[in-house]
Design a protein around this ligand. Structure first.
Ligand code: ADP
Length: 640
């Protein structure tokens, strides 16, 4: 009672704290004695706030001491009663013991935290494991490649090829496990590029051609006529989906047909988007009705399936479903036991790509070739510093480079790399990122601020870096090679930074390229020929020649100085703006080669493909130079 200060506690109230009715006197000090002192203060503040109208609910959690000495968690709720004049008479409230509920909550929270920590540890473990396995795999695959050039005995070559095939298979497995943990941890990023689906279907089927032939299966791909040639998709993931579905179809089918059907339906005309639906159908063992969902779970296979016959991990479809869902699609299985299966995948709202010109670039380097279509690359004499703590890795890179006139310097850790770079000033550094004493990242940082060393191009050589580090590496280093490194990739990368010439077997003159940067990689694909033609024809027509000279003005002045900046800093937003302005200029003068260049650049900016963006940017001065040369040549011809 507020007016008389009388207090009344019910026997239930006292019972909660373990007291009988007569053990607690009915006054405020009894409450003060039993409540946790801090909580007691809070209650009195709350009473004041409640009366003054600051809060309109009396609701508080308290700790109160039980007769046995332990504290109980109490939920206290109350309201005030008023008389007819609006004066407060008394506060009436209830206490509820929520100790058990609290404990359950705490335990749940702790369990969740533990599970999260375990999950993080698992992902980290897998990522580390994959890194550790990649290092020896790097040596196995790399030296296999080297031996492949040296061994000519047919039988030995077949052994070697088996080592290579198994090695790559192992890499696939490692990637599969890593992918799965990445998807689970929500860390996988998609990279959208134009993809030709029919090409992918056929290419993946090609990987199974031997098995298809051996089993005498018929294989068909049927697409509807309206299907666009190219769709904007994550190519790697798309391939993975087809690889899994087709792989299963071949594995579980002994006779009959495997059929891929694909169609598109116009989704949004204005935005040029379509729904893309495809199915992989086989006449194999089929799927029991009750298993149609289970098989998409991780590590699940149809019950009763003979493991000796079919093997497998049960991960493929789990990954496939997650990949499909990540790209906004749906995958379902249907069919009948013993009568074959159909897996159907539906993607909605996929962007069509109309300008095929930008697509002709080959992405994959051919194995065992130097990516020059039979021509030979001759590097000028140069010094290369290889920094890697693992000897076989250094040996491997060294071995890849023996055919060229390079002086190779080796460092075992970042500290040594810094010292040797200062002493020898190499023309390029291949830097492993994970090294003892001082890591590659730190060493690169030091070298990039050193007055004498800051201009040395540094190419990071590393297993796929974890999220976050990747961005750091791309900002810090001039290039990036993924382990296991292939010779072709290494050479392609060196061409970006080192002076070299290309000797074409059809011509007796080496075509000299001033430096890697001016060699623009205009190779012989269709669109490149188009590009070449425009380079040529432009100069013949006086009107376009005038335009061209204006375009050259813009390119060599404002755009070139901006290029220098963005090429140094590699800030994506700036590059995007540069790309937009360059595109604008090129379109104004309808100069196709640069428009194409911008298209390519733009796609890679949007998919955040830093490595490719860097590569394309490096081509820019070469394009400008070529344009100027053509112009000059033509002027000379005219005057003559
Ligand atoms: P794995 O093939 O390694 O066992 P998957 O996740 O790819 O793992 O497939 C899970 C299971 O789904 C298979 O073990 C098989 O029981 C069933 N399955 C998948 N594809 C087919 C198919 N085309 N025909 C019959 N069963 C299939």
């Amino acid at each position: 009672n507020i007016q008389t200060n009388e207090v009344y506690y019910s026997s239930r109230w006292k019972g909660i704290l373990g007291y009988s009715d007569d053990e607690i006197e009915n006054n405020l000090s009894a409450f003060e004695r039993l409540v946790d002192p801090e909580d007691g203060k809070k209650v009195f503040t709350l009473v004041e706030d409640y009366f003054s109208g600051k809060v309109d609910q009396f609701n508080i959690e308290l700790k109160m001491r039980h007769k046995n000495g332990t504290y109980r968690n109490i939920l206290s709720r109350a309201f005030a009663e008023m008389d007819a004049d609006g004066q407060f008479i008394r506060i009436v409230g209830t206490h509820m013991d929520i100790t058990e509920q609290k404990r359950a909550e705490e335990e749940l929270k702790k369990a969740r935290e533990e599970a999260d920590a375990a999950n993080r540890a698992k992902s980290e473990f897998l990522a580390n494991m994959s890194h550790e396995i990649r290092t020896p795999m790097n040596a196995i695959l790399g030296f296999t490649e080297i031996l492949d050039e040296k061994i000519h005995d047919e039988q030995y070559r077949s052994y070697l090829s088996m080592i290579g095939v198994s090695g790559r298979l192992l890499m696939t497995l490692i990637n599969e496990i890593l992918d799965f943990s990445k998807i689970e941890a929500g860390k996988m990023k998609l990279e959208y590029k134009p993809v030709n689906p029919v090409f992918v279907f056929k290419e993946i089927a090609g990987m199974f051609s031997q098995e298809i032939e051996e089993k005498g299966l018929e294989f068909t791909v049927k697409t509807d006529l309206n299907m666009p040639e190219y769709l904007l998709f994550d190519e790697v993931r798309f391939r993975q989906i087809i690889l899994n579905l087709l792989g299963n179809a071949v594995k579980f089918t002994e006779s009959g047909t495997i059929k891929i059907e694909a169609e598109t339906q116009i989704c949004d005309k204005a935005f040029d988007t379509v729904d893309f639906i495809f199915s992989v159908e086989d006449t194999g063992i089929g799927i029991a009705d009750e298993q149609k969902e289970n098989i998409f779970n991780a590590f699940e296979q149809q019950t009763g399936q003979d493991h000796a016959t079919y093997g497998g991990t049960g991960l493929g479809l789990a990954i496939t479903r997650r990949l499909v869902e990540m790209m906004g699609g749906v995958i379902t299985a249907s069919g009948k036991k013993s009568r074959g299966s159909i897996f159907t995948v539906k993607f909605q709202n996929i962007q069509k790509v109309n300008d095929v010109n930008i697509l002709e670039e080959k992405n994959d380097m051919p194995i065992n070739s130097d990516d020059s279509g039979g021509s030979v690359i001759i590097f000028d004499k140069a010094a290369i510093l290889i920094a890697d703590d693992i000897k076989v890795n250094r040996m491997l890179l060294h071995e890849f480079l023996t055919d060229y006139d390079f002086e190779i310097i080796e460092a075992e850790n970042g500290r040594q790399a810094v010292d040797l770079a200062i002493d020898h000033h190499p023309d390029l550094i291949l830097m492993d990122m994970k090294m003892p004493v001082m890591c590659g990242q730190k060493a690169t940082q030091i070298l990039k601020i050193g007055e004498d060393t800051k201009d040395i191009p540094i190419v990071a050589v590393t297993a796929p870096p974890m999220q976050g580090t990747k961005e750091k590496i791309s900002v810090l280093c001039d290039g990036y090679l993924r382990k296991p490194v292939r010779k072709s990739e290494l050479i392609a990368k060196l061409r970006l930074f080192l002076k070299h010439s290309i000797k074409n077997p059809n011509s007796s003159y080496p075509v000299y390229s001033d430096s890697g940067r001016s060699e623009t990689g205009w190779s012989e694909t269709g669109s490149e020929i188009e590009n070449e033609r425009q380079f040529e024809t432009f100069t013949f027509d006086p009107k376009s020649r005038k335009q061209l000279s204006r375009l050259i003005d813009i390119l060599t002045t404002s755009l070139m100085s901006r290029w220098e900046e963005i090429n140094d800093m590699l800030i994506m937003d700036d590059i995007r703006q540069f790309c937009a302005d360059l595109d604008h200029a090129a379109r104004e003068y309808s100069f196709r080669p640069i428009i194409n260049f911008c298209d390519k650049l733009y796609i890679n900016i949007e998919s955040y493909n830093v490595v490719e963006v860097q590569k394309l940017l490096a081509e820019f001065p070469g394009i400008v130079e070529k344009l100027e040369k053509n112009m000059l040549m033509h002027t000379i011809n005219q005057e003559a």
